[in-house]
Write a protein that binds this ligand. Structure first.
Ligand code: ATP
Ligand code: MG
Length: 574
């Protein structure tokens, strides 16, 4: 809990208020049996109706006060717990938003979502419970004992028998349910992960007729969670009757001892009734404390999971005084080597090359050769393991991430489409883009031909993930987003793969004209897409095996020749 408790600090005043009212509630609770004892002793047994009435009114008043105190304290406790949950969620969200891809890879999306929702709810619930019970239970237990002893020390001795029994029972409950509760969070993660994969991959699952298999996978995860939850419930199903049994035996025991004393004339009926109520209150307090003990470990497991995210060291951080760039955006890779976390082979090995401002650069290589990794390094989604990447002679680590990414437009290989209108999706690339600029970008991206045919044009809603668009349409929308703002460097990571050759060629021609002064880095598996570039970088198993124009590489680069001959016919090559 430590890692998250500090976020409670700003609620100190409200916490004090909540606890104060809880204490008032507890004291009023303790007063009621006393009054009741009086009514029986002095009113009922002596037939004094006036006394019964006056103390009766008093009891009613105390009860009303008690209810009021309970409402007020619950209100403050809820305010603290909910406010705390809200704060924590936004802290976690902000933190995750600043994660580099390293950290996102490390956790996985399912658990990050869980930690920011379910885990925080667990903590929030326990804080609410603690604010109510942590003050209520001790005051009632201690106060109840004092009151009971002051009324009849002999009767109070009953506690010496029933409390130890209660302790033993509670000890076993806490002991057995704690680990179960703790493991439930992990199982929930697993369930969410399977669910997420299945929902996002639903088309693939259908296409490969894997529905049955995936159903099983979900059922296994679901079963696992359910069986743990059932175990917990079985414990509780056993426990509550047991507790009731202990309490009822205590009462019987108490009445038995009390009756003997009343018979001897050493005890009054009202006093016995009051002590009985105190003893119930004391035992209830212990149950409340045990309940806290049961829920606390689950919440503290959740708190640990949340704190882990909050305390995650950001591996990619801005330097204290970032440098500003004035130049045109010359890119240099110097001896760059990069390993993914846990990777045995380098994804990029000793890469050396330069990209001059305004150049069109193609990056080609077989699947898995490191093309995407190379451009992700330039975006500083990951930091290089060794070597350096310079822009205008400045190491990109010395720039602010914002400046770096404001300078480069990156269109990833898999287009990401958000729910909203087409216009909103493009506008992500430039917040203050005018409608003309958006249409212009759509035209350059060859997207206008289908957007203009849509019933509401750029105001047409696209669903989350762009499921109501074709693959090529999504790509062109993503390209429009990439080019709507003015940048020094544009990167297209395999962004033309879903386009037919004609559209691909037309798009590249327009990009050349519209983004004349900017550097354009085009990653592709297709020779036709990169062969007209000013410079082509050929990658093979993470290594740069050739740099140059198509002509030059045809002569000097074996890997390039192989790629070309596998894709183009003889006359196209010539
Ligand atoms: N997040 C990651 N964690 C670990 N390894 C990764 C990660 N992403 C890629 N790799 C590995 O790095 C290597 C290069 O991957 P990369 O995505 O750069 O290839 P690529 O050339 O872009 O391939 P493609 O043409 O299929 O997109 C691959 O061997 C891949 O398995
Ligand atoms: Mg790739």
């Amino acid at each position: 809990m430590k890692g998250v408790v500090k976020y409670l600090k700003k609620y100190t005043f409200l916490i004090i208020l909540a606890i104060t009212f809880v204490v008032i509630q507890a004291i009023l609770n303790l007063y009621l049996p006393d009054l009741m004892g009086d009514i029986v002793n002095k009113g009922v047994s002596r037939g004094n109706v006036d006394y019964i009435l006056s103390v009766g009114w008093k009891m009613l008043f105390v009860t009303l006060l008690n209810v009021a105190a309970a409402i007020v304290s619950t209100y403050f406790a809820a305010k603290v717990a909910m406010g705390f949950g809200k704060d924590l969620r936004s802290h976690v969200y902000k933190k995750v938003m600043n994660f580099s891809l390293n950290e996102v890879d490390k956790y996985g999306v399912a658990t990050l979502i869980n930690r920011n929702t379910n885990d925080i709810t667990q903590i929030q619930n326990v804080i609410f419970m603690m604010l109510r019970m942590v003050a209520l239970a001790p005051v009632m237990a201690i106060g109840g004992t004092i009151m009971a002893i002051s009324k009849s020390p002999k009767l109070t001795m009953v506690l010496l028998v029933s409390l130890p029994i209660m302790f033993v029972v509670m000890y076993f409950i806490v002991k057995y349910s704690m680990p179960l509760f703790k493991s439930m969070q992990k199982k929930l993660d697993n369930l969410n992960r399977v669910l997420r994969e299945n929902l996002t991959g639903v088309r693939v699952i259908r296409a490969f007729a894997k529905t049955e298999y995936e159903k099983k996978r979900f059922e296994v995860a679901n079963e696992d969670l359910t069986s743990t939850a059932l175990k917990v419930n079985r414990i509780f199903a056993l426990v509550f009757p047991l507790i009731l049994l202990i309490m009822n035996f205590t009462i019987i025991f108490l009445i038995w001892i009390g009756a003997i004393q009343i018979d001897k004339g050493t005890l009054e009926v009202g006093t016995m009734m009051a002590v009985m109520q105190y003893i119930m209150q004391i035992m209830f307090s212990f149950i409340m404390i045990s309940v806290v003990f049961i829920f606390l470990p689950r919440a503290s497991a959740s708190a640990e999971r949340v704190a882990q995210v909050l305390n995650e060291k950001e591996r990619i951080k801005d330097v204290k005084s970032p440098k500003k760039l004035e130049g045109m955006g010359k890119v240099e890779f110097k001896n760059v080597t990069f390993y993914y976390e846990g990777g045995k082979e380098p994804a990029i090995e000793n890469a050396n090359f330069e990209i001059n401002p305004g150049e069109v650069v193609g990056i080609i290589g077989s699947s898995g050769s490191g093309k995407s990794t190379l451009v992700k390094l330039l975006m500083r989604f990951y930091d290089v393991t060794s070597g350096e990447i310079l822009i205008d002679g400045v190491n990109i680590k010395e720039l602010s991430q914002k400046d770096l990414r404001d300078m480069i437009s990156f269109t990833p290989s898999r287009p990401v489409i958000f729910s909203g209108t087409i216009e909103e999706n493009v506008r992500i690339g430039k917040e203050d883009a005018t409608e003309e600029e958006i249409v212009e970008a759509l035209k350059t991206a060859q997207a206008w031909e289908f957007v203009s045919k849509l019933p509401e044009g750029i105001k047409t809603q696209v669903s989350q993930g762009g499921t109501n668009l074709s693959g090529g349409q999504k790509q062109r929308l993503a390209i429009a987003r990439g080019i709507v703002g003015k940048r020094k460097i544009y990167i297209f990571d395999d962004s033309f793969s879903a386009l037919d050759f004609k559209t691909d060629a037309k798009l590249r021609k327009e990009l050349r004209e519209k983004l004349k002064d900017a550097t354009k880095i085009i990653v592709s598996l297709r020779v036709a897409t990169v062969m007209n570039a000013d410079k082509i970088i050929v990658l093979d198993k993470g290594r740069v095996v050739g740099i140059g124009t198509h002509k030059k590489l045809m002569k000097s680069c074996e890997v390039y020749r192989e790629i070309v001959s596998s894709q183009l016919s003889e006359e196209e090559i010539a």
